[in-house]
Design a protein. Sequence first.
Length: 322
Amino acid sequence: MAVCRFNPDPLLDDDPSAPPSRAYLLVGALLVAGGAMLFASKGIVAKRLYAAGIGFEALTAIRALIAMPFFWAFAAAREGATIVRTTRSRAVAAAALAGFICYYIGALLDFQALTLIDASIERVLMFSYPAIVVLFVSVQKRQWPQPPVLAAVALTYVGIFLAVGGLDQREFRADLLGVALVLTSAVTYAIYFMIGARYTREIGSSRFTLFAMTAAAVALGLHLFIRHGWSGVAGIPPEGWFWLAVLGVFVMFFPALMQAEGMRRIGAQRSALVSTAGPPTTIVLAWLLLGERMTGWQLLGVALIVAGILVLDLARPNRPTT
C-alpha cells in the first residue's frame, strides 16, 4: 500500500503548563523512529510474498482486511463505541473518500510498483509526498511558496531524478513505469494528508483512520473477489499467510499506533524530522536481505530528498499543539 500513516491527535496533557520530561520526549522520539523503521520494511516483506507467488492485488487486499479489525478494536477502546457510532456523517464520508483514494487506489499502485522496481527506490519516492503537498497548497492558494520552501521542493525533485537513475537513461527507461506508479501513489497520500489535516481536528486521528481504512478494505476485498474470485486466496500457502499477517499487523497497524503516540508526545514537526530514518532503513534492509545496491548518484539523490523534507519542516511555521 501506499504505505499511509496516522495523523497525530492534539496533545492532551493534564497540565499544559508543565513541560514534558526528557524521558517522555525520548520515548516519543523512539516510537516515531521505530514506527518509521517498521513502515520501511514494507517493501522487503512484499518482495518475499511476491517470490512466494502471491500477486500484488491479493497482498494489498488481504493486508488491509487483516489490519481492519485491529483498527476497529483500538478505536472502540480509545474513543468508545458510542462516539465512533455517532460521528458526523460528513466527516465519515470525507475519511472514507480519503481512504479510498490513498489506501485503495494508492496502495494498489504502490504494491504494483514494487513488482517493477527496488524496494529502496520505492520507499525514497514515497517520501516525496510533503513536496507534493506544498505544490497542492500553492495551487489551492494561488500563490508561490516562500523561497526556502521552493528550494526544499527543488532539492526533493532533483533528488528524485538522481535516485531513480536519471543520469543513466537505460536504467531510467527500464524503471519508468514503476517510478510513475509510486509517484502517483505519493500524490494519493498527499491528498489523504490534506483531507486528514482538516477532519482529524474534528474527529481525531484514530476515528479518521478507522473510517478511511474500513472504506479501503471493503473496496479492496470487492476488487479482489471481482477480479480473481476465491482463487485469489485459495492458493496461498501457510508461509504466505504468516507474512501477510506480519504485513498487516506489524508493518501497518503497530507502526501507525507508534507514530500516532510518538507524534502526540513530541509534535508533528519533530516527528517528521525523526521519521527521516525510514528511507535509509529500507536501503540497508534491501541491501542485507534482497541484495539491492544503489549507485553513488542514487545515494546522493536519497540524501537530497531527505534534506528537502528536513528543510520543508524547518521552514514550516510552528503549529499549535493544543
